[in-house]
Design a protein around this ligand. Structure first.
Ligand code: AMP
Length: 281
């Protein structure tokens, strides 16, 4: 049976009684197969699984994007039930940010480029809410998707720097059969835009293939990704990056692991994707 709680106090009280270790899966709801993979991993590795569903206003850059974010609480709870989640925390905005709330967690250099540059304030919103989730849930493990690779780097830095006892565990990207990464935002795409979306994957695969064949010049790989993206007329490219996966700094020559990433608009919907290369298995 999945227990649904709403307040900080109710979650704390519930956590005092559960079996350890606890695995936490923070989400903004509209759960899909990507979220489900995190829930399954948490369940496999922990005695208790906790999911949170909170559309965090502080990590959105535009009010319209926040308002229009897809929500379906009943369906999400049913999915949590089906995945054997023990506790779902669904706080209100006032519960997370009560009157007088006046703390911001700002992570440094790793939060600055890429998504941080394209979406000012985004990672402050993410780091602040994740610090609260970690503090209130007190889980041993928290599961995050590599889909948001910079977010993984930011929350790992934040938890380490603040001495929080929750270990951040990155999980692989789940994709549709055409290569498009699952995302709650995919529902916003028109049929034509959805058909164009796999161009992100094609660009990443082209770069990965060139890397596999020995290309180490990051400019060549960026140009290759841009070339593939340019074939899709609907795609408005925001950035293409070849960066160090830990610092998120752009690299010139690839000498170890590298993160290939990109952001683009299809119509009004912003999509991101990435590929990690050169990691030792
Ligand atoms: P969101 O609800 O979009 O904030 O995502 C909640 C968590 O699910 C984040 O850690 C995401 O990185 C992760 N996630 C979202 N989409 C995917 C996906 N396609 N594969 C794996 N994890 C994902």
């Amino acid at each position: 049976m999945t227990r649904v709680v709403h307040t900080r106090a109710d979650l704390r009280a519930a956590m005092a009684e559960v079996a350890r270790p606890v695995g936490l899966v923070p989400t903004m709801g509209w759960l899909h197969e990507g979220h489900r993979s995190l829930l399954r991993r948490a369940r496999a590795e922990n005695a208790t699984t906790v999911a949170t569903i909170f559309v965090n206003p502080r990590q959105f850059n535009e009010a319209a994007d926040f308002k229009g974010y897809p929500r379906d609480e009943e369906r999400d709870i049913a999915i949590c039930e089906a995945e054997g989640v023990d506790i779902v925390w669904i706080p209100t905005v006032e519960e997370i940010y009560p009157p007088g709330f006046d703390t911001t967690v700002r992570v440094g250099a790793v939060a600055e480029p890429l998504e941080g540059a394209a979406r000012p304030g985004h990672f402050e919103g993410v780091a602040t809410v994740v610090a609260i989730l970690f503090a209130v849930a007190g889980a041993e493990h928290a599961y995050f998707g590599q889909k948001d690779a910079q977010q993984v780097a930011v929350v790992t830095r934040m938890a380490g720097d603040l001495g929080l006892s929750t270990q951040v565990i990155p999980c692989p990207i789940v994709r549709e059969s055409d290569g498009q990464a699952l995302s709650s935002r995919n529902v916003r795409l028109s049929a034509e835009e959805r058909a164009a979306a796999p161009v992100l994957r094609r660009a990443l695969v082209a770069a990965r293939t060139a890397h596999d064949e020995g290309e180490r010049d990051a400019d060549v790989l960026r140009a290759l990704m841009e070339e593939v993206l340019a074939i899709e007329p609907l795609a408005q490219v925001e950035y293409v990056s070849v960066a160090d996966p830990l610092t998120l700094r752009e690299v010139q020559r690839i000498e170890g692991p590298a993160l290939f990433s990109m952001a683009l608009f299809l119509g009004t919907t912003r999509l991101i994707d990435n590929e990690l290369v050169g990691m030792k298995e």
